[in-house]
Design a protein around this ligand. Structure first.
Ligand code: BG6
Length: 485
């Protein structure tokens, strides 16, 4: 049995992620009695303030981000009691002893949540080590960005590994904390129905779309350096692809699941030089309208011309027996018409239609897994339209609907970080990304970027509120496939 940590240390405690996600998530766990009794939460960041100041910050975060029915005064007071704060300039080694003093006795286990600028990883890990905050009973959760390519990611991973072995390193991909993402495993491996057709014989292609309506959201400094490929595909979309494509793991544990995922990631066919132009499309949003609001273009928001992509579509392949010849079409973009994440599995047509001579047309089955904002699984199947069929058999595609929102209406949906923070505190690595996975992801992504560079591929403009450049439509239409919209 792993032992839950008795203390939690949050770096970047006064930042945006902390305010929007971490503090509300920790409160959610506290209010439901899920945090270990006596667990203290120490926040640290550069800003000078005392415990009372940090508690006030947290109170405001809860006021702003909690739904009204969760604002329980007693629960909030109890939660704030757990909090304390220690200012720290993470770049200088001196402050870490004070941080250790503030934390006090950590023999009951310490969980650290680290989200920091890449250049601070080195000093932070050194500081933690020097103050005795990296011992056997300490584990560390790492928030992205963990590098911007394979080399820099290896550098960061090496720095961390010098103090924290892999089994105490928890790399966060918040998509894995989402209920519906975990549901992919339940759907695939909790039902006997899908597995026999879940391969190149049964499946024509897969589409994964993660679209957002937002633009830069004041994150210019970060996003401009990264772009959609590294911000969304390298992590979230490739994790979704791995869950869809992996072999059945033997057990539901960190080793079995991650062993199977990494095999998929390593089987991704490299999109080498010549293929970058035919297998990928990049775009950058211009002015337009999203949900009825007029919005400016990316360069306008940024205040400068830029070659950063805010949209990317890719035709990917997993080169193994199961998936030979099955394209995985991936796309993500900002300033799209809708915010949605979904996976579409397009099955093959029946081998022979008995209806064609009687006028009945068939559509191949489609499985839609909607991850957000709604949560549902929808299987499109053929049904006979009622009638006497004097003029031929009429068939129609109808949905078999499993609405998870309705089916589990009485179960509260948790923020992805609730799950991940609790797993970090309790030491369950299953939903965290292992180093070999990250490296396989970067390797594939780096080759694409190299291809863009070599072929001088620049993002094509698209209007805000559209589904990206028209070349994205052409990417699938060439194969006779239409994006599911
Ligand atoms: C983050 C990206 O990892 O995921 C953001 O950095 C993006 O650019 C966000 O907006 C999307 O997450 P979600 O949970 O809103 O789909």
């Amino acid at each position: 049995m792993r032992k839950p940590a008795g203390k939690l240390l949050l770096f970047g405690a006064t930042g945006d992620l902390s305010q929007r996600m971490l503090i509300p998530s920790l409160f959610g766990l506290h209010a439901d009695g899920l945090l270990p009794e006596g667990l203290t939460i120490t926040g640290t960041a550069r800003s000078e303030q005392d415990d009372a100041g940090f508690r006030e910050f947290a109170r405001t975060a809860l006021e702003t981000h909690l739904p009204d029915d969760r604002k329980d005064t007693d629960a909030i007071a109890g939660f704030l009691d757990r909090l304390q704060y220690q200012p720290l300039d993470a770049a200088t080694i001196e402050g870490y002893d004070d941080l250790a003093d503030k934390l006090g006795d950590i023999s009951g286990g310490l969980a650290i949540f680290l989200s920091t600028a890449p250049w601070l990883f080195g000093p932070t890990i050194k500081g933690l080590q020097s103050a005795g905050l990296a011992g056997d009973n300490v584990r560390i959760g790492l928030e992205k960005p963990l590098g911007k390519d394979l080399d820099s990611s290896r550098e960061i991973n090496d720095i961390v590994a010098a103090a924290f072995p892999e089994d105490r390193t928890f790399r966060i991909d918040h998509y894995l904390g989402k209920e519906t993402v975990q549901n992919i495993l339940a759907l695939r491996f909790g039902n006997s129905l899908f597995e026999p057709v879940w391969n190149a014989r049964g499946i024509d292609h897969v589409q994964i779309t993660v679209s957002e309506t937002v633009g830069l959201e004041g994150r210019a400094g970060y996003y401009e350096e990264v772009g959609a490929l590294r911000d969304m595909v390298q992590n979230h979309i490739l994790q979704l692809l791995a869950l869809i494509a992996m072999e059945p793991p033997a057990r539901f544990d960190g080793t079995s699941i991650r062993d199977e995922k990494v095999k998929v990631l390593r089987s991704l066919r490299p999109i080498a030089n010549g293929d970058a132009a035919t297998h990928t499309v990049t775009g950058q949003y211009g002015a337009g309208a999203v949900k009825g609001n007029i919005v400016g273009g990316y360069a306008e928001e940024l205040g400068a011309a830029s070659a950063t992509e805010t949209f990317v579509a890719i035709k990917a392949h997993v080169d193994n027996w199961r998936w030979q010849g099955v394209p995985f079409y991936l796309r993500t973009g900002k300033r799209m018409p809708d915010r949605l994440s979904e996976i579409v599995v397009q099955f093959k047509p029946v081998p022979h239609s008995i209806f064609s001579e009687r006028g009945g047309a068939l559509e191949p089955n489609t499985l839609v897994i909607r991850l957000q904002p709604e949560e549902y699984v929808r299987l499109l199947v053929m049904a006979k339209q009622p009638g006497l069929d004097r003029e031929g058999v009429r068939l129609r595609e109808v949905p078999l609907n499993l609405s998870l929102d309705t089916e589990f209406a009485n179960t509260r949906r948790r923020i992805a970080y609730e799950r991940l923070l609790l797993d970090l505190i309790e030491g369950d690595p299953t939903l965290f990304v292992r180093r070999d996975e990250v490296e396989a992801q970067w390797q594939w992504i780096d080759a694409i970027r190299q291809g863009w560079q070599n072929a001088n591929i620049a993002p094509k403009p698209y209007a805000s509120g559209s589904w990206g450049p028209s070349a994205s439509v052409a990417l699938t239409e060439r194969d006779g496939v239409t994006w599911h919209e």
